[in-house]
Design a protein around this ligand. Structure first.
Ligand SMILES: [Cu+2]
Length: 172
């Protein structure tokens, strides 16, 4: 650390970036929401595949994330995939039997840049953690952010972003 101070600003920057690069991976923001609420989710891509630019971002939505609508993004195409639900639900008085299960953006994000992919959703009326796997395809290579903690307390290499649904009142 003393040596760092002597080297100055460049060292401070490196020190600040390093842990974040190790920990950040693919992220979801916010990390907490309330059961039954409408929630904007922003998925962050913090780096490419070992330096290679990201060209596709695919988000897999579990059934606890309902009525997903991706926000269009300049420079990127977006596609949604709809599937039959195991558990239909009622929204605005209508039974919903099929819902968006994956969203795919195609474009280009350099390793040196950061970007966010935004989805409007409604979370189901039940508290608990929800893992939302993200796949990142690069010009060279891919990364599947789909690992869940194994309970050992060890850090996983490719953790899935996790949204924590908290108990509480929801208003419509
Ligand atoms: Cu990472």
């Amino acid at each position: 650390m003393k040596r760092c101070r002597l080297i100055g600003a460049a060292c401070l920057v490196a020190g600040a970036l390093l842990p974040q690069q190790v920990l950040a991976h693919a992220t979801v923001s916010p990390k907490f929401t309330t059961q039954g609420s409408y929630q904007r989710l922003a998925f962050g891509i913090t780096h490419g595949c070992e330096g290679s630019a990201t060209i596709e971002v695919i988000i897999q939505l579990p059934e606890s994330i309902m009525g997903a609508k991706p926000m269009p993004k300049a420079g990127w195409t977006v596609e949604t995939e709809v599937q039959d639900l195991a558990q239909p639900y009622v929204s605005h008085g209508k039974e919903i039997r099929r819902d968006v299960r994956s969203i795919r953006w195609r474009g280009k994000l350099l390793d040196a840049h950061y970007d966010e992919f935004v989805v409007m959703t409604k979370v189901w009326n039940k508290p608990g953690p929800v893992a939302i796997p993200v796949t990142q395809l690069c010009e060279k290579g891919r990364m599947d952010w789909n690992q869940l903690p194994d309970g050992s307390g060890k850090r996983t290499e490719y953790p899935a972003p996790v949204l924590e649904i908290m108990p509480g009142e929801h208003k419509h």
